[in-house]
Design a protein around this ligand. Sequence first.
Ligand code: NAD
Ligand code: ZN
Length: 378
Amino acid sequence: MKAVVYHEPYSVKVEDVPDARIEDPNDVVIRITTTAICGSDLHMYEGRTGAEPGIVFGHENMGVVEEVGPGVARIRKGDRVVLPFNVGCGFCKNCLAGKTGFCLTVNQGFAGGAYGYVSMGPYRGGQAEYLRVPFADFNCLTLPAGEQHEDDFALLADIFPTGYHATELAGVSPGETVCVFGAGPVGLMAAYSALLRGASRVFVVDRQPDRLALAERIGAIPIDYSKGDAAQQIKDQTGGEGTDKGIDAVGYQATVQEGEEQPAIVLNTLIETVRATGALGVVGLYVPADPGGPSESAKHGELLVKMGRFFEKGLRMGTGQANVKQYNRQLRDMIIAGRATPSFVVSHRLPLAEAPEAYDHFDKRDPGWTKVLLKPDL
Ligand code: NAD
Ligand code: ZN
């Protein structure tokens, strides 16, 4: 079967790999209909994670069940499903508590599993024609049959629940003001989720005009940080107080783009922007391994965070991978009911064969390349 294979930094190719197959009785194999490229793939693509050549990327997957293992009870051949990017077992302490991003079974007890992601277990990615799904009864979210809402449902694998998770980590309540740093797909989903949760005003910070325009389209207030200090711009619009809640949807990316050794830019700006006793939700990734990085400490994701200021303001912070399963059923039902249309973020629908060009454009943040969906059937 064809799949997107990582070769070296800034190089992926679409090649033949061994077919996905049932390996354990509780597996299913999915024929992929839609799979997305994520900002998280770029950490590997840019060579910052020590990903081995030969890895098949792709953790945002949906499709139709093609083959069912003998131990699967709930899922049937022909079911249309979306796969939360987290691979969970369903029976460990963390999965039982809903913390499926941190499954203790699938990856030798280390910080959860995912498809096609370095250090997240042995699971191949779904930027391919087929995908093996382990613990399939637990890991498949079933969808209405047919082709309706394909692009909205595809975003249930990661970025819609991740954006929602950011608002949950920050504890966004109706009527509150929120700032979201990063207008990439994840930041836009966080802003959209904050508005769904009834936030009164949502500020979205970036410097890319096309992405800021999308933020404005959904009813958020765009803040261009290249035109002046973002914290000050937001304070000026909130009576000097800052926002009630704040979200980091940038992560490590900012430190690399700015070329500084340990700037922790976004977190420190958030600490300044959020009012005293507010809270931060951090879903931007702070990559813990950086073989090509500028310093030894950067390899461990160390950053100079203004802890004194954080303490002085009595702030709280939640971090981590999204526990997609905690939200994706409800978010699916909002899509079905016509109450949410996250696909406003999708800019490109391309055949799998065009993945190398798509990675190149998305990695460069070329204007208009917001979210790429790959469709093996095209
Ligand atoms: P992205 O890299 O396209 O988006 C990042 C955006 O941040 C870009 O638009 C960029 O212009 C902007 N940016 C850069 N520096 C900035 C700064 N200093 N201030 C404000 N904005 C700045 O990718 P994405 O797909 O939106 O992903 C964003 C982050 O979320 C990545 O780190 C990704 O790994 C992470 N992520 C986390 C989870 C999770 O479960 N926690 C899931 C998916 C993605
Ligand atoms: Zn993703």
